[in-house]
Design a binder for this molecule. Structure first.
Ligand code: ZN
Length: 108
């Protein structure tokens, strides 16, 4: 995952004929399957000598949101198998927190 982000940044920089990237913002959903802290430290180790070496890296964590299929309540899901806190129904439709994407990238 961290490597993918670096190569994406590299391609973006090339597209814009940029030599450096000022800032990158990555959104990591709690239900994306990517552990934000682990991702951040992996990225931290991999950025040296890459296009992101001097970039300020922002990681935004988005909470998991589910909508109960039975009662339509929206609630925060801490994991994919969470049951509805109102009616204890299962399953629920996941409506947020699955994203793993670069939301912005500022080239120099
Ligand atoms: Zn419910």
């Amino acid at each position: 995952m961290a490597l993918e982000v670096i190569s994406l940044a590299q391609r973006e920089a090339e597209k814009n004929s940029a030599t450096a990237i000022q800032e990158i913002t990555i959104e990591v959903g709690d239900l994306s399957g990517v552990e934000a802290d682990a991702f951040e430290s992996a990225l931290g180790l991999l950025v040296s000598d890459s296009i992101l070496e001097n970039t300020s890296i922002n990681i935004i964590r988005t909470p998991g949101i589910g909508r109960c299929i039975a009662c339509a309540a929206d609630f925060e899901m801490t994991h994919r198998m969470a049951t509805c806190p109102k009616c204890e129904c299962f399953p629920s439709e996941i409506t947020g927190g699955q994203e793993f994407r670069v939301v912005s990238l500022m080239v120099e």
